[in-house]
Write a protein that binds this ligand. Structure first.
Ligand code: ADP
Ligand code: ADP
Length: 226
């Protein structure tokens, strides 16, 4: 099943001589359970694309379908609910709450939504990410790689349809980046979790199932790895 369909997506900023075509007719689809990397140089439109797929911003033209639902037709409040329910975000900055321990950080989005915590699922995610011995730690006592694992656990805990990750390895050294990528790949296989991740790092992108290459707001190639 195609869980994400992006159709002729355009996002323009500014106008006249200041017009920037950040996205200029993007088409692509993602299978359920696929781990896709979007790669491109700085300013190529990667973040803008991720924001549109996640319903964080609205395009100039085009469509995004998630689970066959046209998300851009939703009103702002419906879009917020949709985003909380269906999307898990991971960013370069881990955005953990310093006064909450690891476990509290991981379940916070579930609690904020007023949902019941599926303890079995949360425990599975914590174990899969190797965080069992860290659940009572405060984020400041963890390494960068561990903090990013917590952020990934938090994104997975709500059982989102898709995880959107914006340069999640951007603040990590090369060894830790490889480890985090390995874990993301394991998560996608283990939980049939669809992941769309952006990076500008070639080596990192090779660990995904597929690499979508973007330049000047256009897709220039879609390559399957291995
Ligand atoms: P990337 O994530 O690949 O670095 P972005 O999606 O952030 O690229 O940006 C794509 C282009 O759109 C760049 O030229 C950037 O300067 C421009 N851009 C992004 N966001 C805005 C904005 N809010 N207002 C104006 N221009 C923007
Ligand atoms: P990233 O490192 O993810 O590519 P950026 O530093 O490009 O992020 O952008 C961070 C934020 O600033 C994004 O929300 C983006 O939309 C916005 N932005 C990027 N370029 C511009 C711009 N030229 N004018 C205004 N906002 C911008």
């Amino acid at each position: 099943m195609k869980i994400v369909k992006v159709k002729n997506l355009k996002k323009y900023y500014g106008k006249d001589e200041n017009l920037v075509r950040a996205l200029d007719g993007i088409n692509f689809e993602v299978e359920e359970g696929e781990f896709v990397c979007v790669i491109g140089t700085s300013g190529s439109g990667k973040s803008t694309l991720l924001h549109m797929i996640g319903g964080l911003d609205r395009p100039t033209d085009g469509n995004v379908l998630i689970n066959n639902k046209e998300i851009l037709k939703l009103k702002d409040d419906e879009l917020t609910i949709f985003r909380r329910r269906e999307i898990g975000f991971v960013f370069q900055q881990f955005n953990l709450i310093p006064i909450l321990n690891v476990y509290e950080n991981i379940v916070l989005p579930i609690e904020l939504d007023g949902n019941k915590i599926d303890k079995n699922h949360v425990d599975l995610v914590i174990k899969a990410l190797g965080l069992e011995s860290k659940i009572y730690n405060l984020p400041n006592n963890l390494s960068g790689g561990q903090q990013q694992r917590v952020a990934i656990a938090r994104a997975l805990a709500t059982k989102p349809s898709i995880v959107l990750a914006d340069e999640p390895t951007g603040n990590l050294d090369s060894k830790t980046s490889q480890d985090v990528m390995g874990l993301l790949k394991t998560m996608s296989q283990r939980f049939n979790q669809t992941i769309i991740m952006i990076t500008h790092n070639e080596e990192i992108s090779q660990m995904a199932n597929r690499v979508v290459r973007i330049e000047d707001g256009k897709i220039i190639s879609k390559a399957v790895n291995e």
